[in-house]
Design a protein around this ligand. Structure first.
Ligand SMILES: NC(=O)c1ccc[n+]([C@@H]2O[C@H](COP(=O)([O-])OP(=O)(O)OC[C@H]3O[C@@H](n4cnc5c(N)ncnc54)[C@H](OP(=O)(O)O)[C@@H]3O)[C@@H](O)[C@H]2O)c1
Length: 294
């Protein structure tokens, strides 16, 4: 009898875990490249890491690209490589999206694009200071870059996408959107904004053919933890299995586009973590435990 109960409990929890952790396939219609009607994608923060990987994988799917970041030379190198490898067109825009003028220039470009199908709001950075000690200018730039810039670029893209009844907006948020730990006030708050923004926006876009995703990666191997903002901090001591490659994060994001999981967490480990963090009593205890080590 005990054996049977144990077996039933194991099967039930296995099924529950599978239902909660699986990724249904995306419903976004990826069309093969059509030279007569090419589609385009605009990616912010394309000079490194996850943004550069979005550029690679979207070029491989035949998209013409507009690559945006501050470092024009990096963007030019990437554009040259992608044009030669995938025979797509790549345009480079140097813009600082932590400030209104930079965003205005990209908004204008978006409004002029007649075939923008994918917008990836990816540009971002982190800091590890408590707010009381943090550089106020960098904090204001972070809030602008992670909230105002994606909101304004999304609003600029929506009229064209809804009129064509085809589009995808990927806002790169983070697992941090669900974490409540010191040293990360504005990073956590702005990524939570992006997640809520995407979830509510998708409800407004139901039936329009436009899909929204808040991509919430965990630790990803990029230049993120090596920017000047991290120069006074020790390298993060987290074990290898906690790190994903940008290639895997982007592959899972594109495959899941339009699958109903607007806040999409790549990787089973991080999906399980976010699930736990969404249950208040578990989240509170986990955060209390984690804060002992910080
Ligand atoms: N790596 C992780 O562990 C991780 C985890 C979760 C979420 N994320 C998120 O993933 C996104 C991409 O980060 P990443 O890991 O790929 O880091 P990364 O390798 O440092 O790339 C960041 C990109 O953002 C651009 N950027 C930064 N500030 C900018 C500004 N003011 N204006 C325009 N572009 C700007 C950078 O380009 P320029 O310097 O040339 O401007 C760069 O292309 C970020 O939103 C980050 O919060 C990362």
């Amino acid at each position: 009898m005990r054996k049977r109960t144990f077996l039933a409990a194991t099967i039930t929890s296995g099924l529950a875990a599978w239902t909660l952790l699986r990724t249904p396939p995306g419903r976004f219609q990826w069309r093969p490249r059509d030279a007569a009607a090419p589609q385009s994608a605009l990616i912010t923060g394309a000079s490194a890491g996850i943004g550069a990987e979005f550029a690679r994988q979207l070029a491989a799917r035949g998209f013409d690209l507009v690559l945006v970041a501050r470092r024009a030379e990096r963007l030019n190198e990437l554009a040259t490589m992608l044009m030669a490898t995938f025979q797509v067109n790549c345009e480079v825009m140097a813009a600082d999206l932590a400030h209104a003028e930079g965003v205005a220039a990209v908004e204008e470009r978006i409004r002029a694009l007649e075939n923008l199908t994918v917008l990836v709001n990816n540009a971002g950075f982190g800091t590890l200071e408590k707010l009381v000690n943090a550089n106020p200018v960098r904090q204001q730039e972070m809030v602008y870059l992670h909230t105002m810039a994606p909101m304004r670029l999304t609003q600029a893209a929506l009229p064209g996408m809804t009129a064509r009844r085809c589009g995808a907006i990927i806002n790169v948020a983070s697992v941090a959107a669900y974490v409540r730990l010191r040293g990360n006030v504005n990073y956590t708050a702005t990524k939570a904004y992006l997640t809520a923004f995407s979830e509510v926006l998708q409800t407004e876009l139901r039936g329009t053919g436009v899909y929204v995703q808040a991509l919430c990666p965990g630790f990803t191997r990029t230049e993120f933890h090596y920017t000047p903002d991290f120069k006074d901090h020790k390298p993060l001591p987290y074990p290898g299995f906690m790190w994903m490659s940008a290639e895997e994060v982007v592959r899972q994001s594109l495959a899941a586009l339009g699958n109903g999981q607007v806040a999409f967490v790549p990787g089973v480990l991080y999906r399980a973590l976010v699930l736990t963090l969404r249950i208040p009593v578990l989240s509170d205890n986990l955060m209390r435990l984690a804060s002992l080590f910080l």
